[in-house]
Design a binder for this molecule. Sequence first.
Ligand SMILES: [Zn+2]
Ligand SMILES: [Zn+2]
Length: 313
Amino acid sequence: MLPAPHQALEPRDLPVPEAGPGQVLLRVLACGVCRTDLHIVDAELARPKLPLVLGHQIVGETEDGRRLGVPWLGWTCGRCRYCISGRENLCDFARFTGYDLDGGYAEYAVADERFCFPIPEGYSDVDAAPLLCAGLIGYRSLRLAGDAERLGLYGFGASAHIVAQVARHQGRRLFGFVRRGDEAARAFALELGCEWAGASDELPPEELDAAILFAPAGELVPAALHALAKGGTVVCAGIHMSDIPSFPYELLWEERVIRSVANLTRVDGDEFLALVPEVPVRTQVEVFPLEQANDALERLRHGGIRGAAVLQP
Ligand SMILES: [Zn+2]
Ligand SMILES: [Zn+2]
């Protein structure tokens, strides 16, 4: 449990939560670790519930033995202008798992069943966990990149390693960008189907039709604009990013676009989880026991995870 921002998570003995109306009680089987969790710990997101159980990539088992996934979007009002126009990801009153609501760094969790997804067959608990945010929000980012043939992925962590597989399946050409000098990440990007991989301040051998930024570094926005062809889009996939340095208008000129991606809709989840076994997406995970949640977060902070980190109670 996170007692307050900037503190380490502390183990706590909590009662098994009680499912309210419309909710299910889940025994947590696995929970993915996401960069957003670090942004919450670091107080880069303004208003978490405190104390808070982090974790929004929960694979859990219901009391009647079904395996359900709980994503970041935990509840929406169903009535605001965003909800009624198919944009529940932007709901004015949305509640998020592991932020407004206690999440899955725990042995038990409750969730509104309307926002849970069945876990696809053939995926183990730990392999499925990163699909629920890294995969799902990555998929939404990919969709918002349009029909770009030449796609740049900046930051080769949990999201990119899943999105790369989906994008290749869709016949796109991939270009990977990693921290300068991070040879392991560069090799990982090539292994996952990038035809070229280099440092994020390098220009790829060809112009890109779109770029998705998974790394939370604002200076990547002008760097990615530099790499774009006319009419190309830079998609910022993260929930938080350091400030974007100013840049000449010329970089944006010729109908280049910069956009962000916020949260997910249940339609994204249904589409993505139907696609996962077709690709088929193979996640690479590093599993930590729940008690080592702080270690997992620190490893993620320093870029030391290959693929995705997953906690197991
Ligand atoms: Zn996340
Ligand atoms: Zn709403």
